[in-house]
Design a binder for this molecule. Structure first.
Ligand SMILES: Cc1cc2nc3c(=O)[nH]c(=O)nc-3n(C[C@H](O)[C@H](O)[C@H](O)COP(=O)(O)OP(=O)(O)OC[C@H]3O[C@@H](n4cnc5c(N)ncnc54)[C@H](O)[C@@H]3O)c2cc1C
Length: 431
């Protein structure tokens, strides 16, 4: 069902993008495609219009909100579309001036250069907006892995300013579009909506978004690089569905004041809220070392639609490494499940098989829940073929959580075994 919702949202984005292009086709002048200069100008205008719509929509999709979570079948999916649309907007907006300049270049190179070296205010707004966008998205596409997540996030948060300049540019620039009120208002209006939503998001996060206060009641080291954290509510407890995740900000000496996403690993009947946290970078390394009982934690959420299709047909769960956490919550919450669940847990070596004993214990008390462990250092990578030899996969709902490449790999394998795309569900650990 949530795939359908996501498709509906994508259709809406497509319609939003096509509307100004259709409008552009019907407005004057009629001779838009008669020679090379006009053809490239026309494509330049179209790429500018579509690029601005997609830029606005990409910004809207970056908001951390429950309605996006629902509309896209999970925040991770909304963010994945945010990345794709941001990339598409970036490409279209780069082509916008390049195509427009062709008409000037046909007269002379000096004429072409005059388009960029100008003191014309609306053109300058466009150049500043595009320049800012190019620098910031270069960091996202080519440097993100080399800088810390927080530094990248700070640079990324300047992008609305680029949209602001771009919106004003398209409203003020004297071109054939300038004389069409509908197009001017449409493009500026979408940019304003995106900017207002972003402003609202920031204010809401800082001032009003409800955060629940918890306190760390226990920290257990499960492996060198994994801790289990138990949290107790100070006042109200979080209501969640198994498989969902939260943003947590721990408050303690030496711990940066940042909200990070973690899947809830406790069951819905447990008294404490549990998380299992693996060291991945700076923040999680500090938690591993310094997180102590008695420290406060601020919790926001829950988010995620991972298990929404659960309980509707026989299921196959596949976890890789720390991707175990949402399944832990789902298994701990199983009561009298009507449908069969076959759980495949892949880990590198024996010492990495955290919580395996607990899964076997749950399986002993629940005949419809079966556990299959997969040690990849002995057995190689887990594959759809090996799963299918144990359980026929075709008619099942598949749930995957693990490292990105493993999920991509398994997804295409399940598809090639005839599992419909809408029966394959992911939880991605990167937003
Ligand atoms: C939905 C979801 C559920 C998750 N559940 C778990 C879990 O149960 N157990 C677990 O160990 N890990 C989980 N993670 C991953 C965890 O959030 C990252 O490992 C952690 O934030 C890394 O922070 P770092 O500073 O140590 O590493 P860094 O090296 O700074 O970050 C590594 C990567 O983690 C992501 N990341 C970092 N900071 C943030 C942030 N503030 N917000 C969003 N993404 C961020 C980015 O993709 C980044 O590239 C989950 C992630 C997501 C998105």
């Amino acid at each position: 069902m949530f795939k359908k919702k996501s498709n509906r949202s994508l259709l809406l984005i497509f319609i939003l993008t096509i509307i100004p292009l259709l409008r552009w086709f019907v407005i004057a002048p009629a001779n838009k495609f008669v020679d090379l200069g006009l053809i490239s100008t026309s494509f330049g205008q179209m790429s500018g219009l579509a690029g601005m719509v997609l830029f606005s929509v990409a910004l809207i999709l970056s908001n951390r909100s429950k309605w996006l979570d629902k509309a896209f079948g999970g925040l991770d999916n909304a963010y994945a579309n945010h990345h794709i649309l941001g990339g598409a907007a970036f490409t279209l907006l780069i082509f916008h001036p390049l195509l427009l300049v062709v008409r000037y270049a046909r007269i002379s190179w000096a004429n072409a250069a005059s388009l960029f070296f100008t003191n014309d205010f609306p053109v300058l707004l466009g150049i500043i907006g595009l320049g800012l966008m190019m620098i910031l998205l270069y960091l996202t596409f080519f440097v993100k892995d080399k800088i810390s997540y927080q530094v990248w996030k700070t640079t990324h948060s300047i992008l609305p300013l680029a949209l602001f300049f771009g919106g004003l540019h398209s409203f003020l620039i004297p071109s054939s579009i300038f004389y069409d009120q509908f197009l001017r208002i449409y493009i500026l209006g979408l940019a304003i909506i995106a900017l207002l939503l972003t402003g609202y998001k920031i204010a809401n996060e800082r001032l009003t978004k409800r955060k629940l206060e918890y306190v760390v009641s226990k920290v257990t080291h499960l492996a060198d690089d994994v801790i289990e954290v138990e949290l107790l509510p100070q006042n109200e407890s979080l209501k969640f569905s198994p498989g969902q995740f939260i943003f947590v900000k721990f408050k303690g000496e030496g711990i940066a004041s940042e909200a990070h996403p973690f899947s809830i690993s406790s069951g819905i009947f447990d008294k404490s809220l549990k998380l299992a946290i693996k060291v991945l970078g700076d923040y999680t390394a500090v938690l591993n070392k310094d997180l102590k009982e008695g420290m406060a934690a601020e919790i926001e959420g829950p988010y995620g639609q991972f298990s929404i299709a659960s309980g509707k047909a026989d299921e196959i769960w596949v976890a890789g490494g720390i991707g175990i956490t949402p399944f832990l919550s789902m298994a701990r919450s199983l009561n009298k499940n009507e449908f069969n669940v076959d759980f495949f847990y892949s880990f590198k070596g024996g010492k990495d098989a955290i919580f395996l004993d607990e899964f076997f214990k749950i399986a002993k008390t629940n005949e419809k829940f079966r556990v299959f462990s997969w040690c990849s250092s002995d057995q190689g990578k887990i594959s759809c073929r090996s799963i299918n030899e144990i359980k026929e996969v075709k008619s099942k709902e598949i749930f995957l959580c693990g490292p990105g490449p493993m999920m991509e790999d398994l997804k295409s394998q399940f598809l090639s075994y005839g599992v419909p795309a809408e029966n394959i569900h992911f939880e991605k650990f990167n937003l």
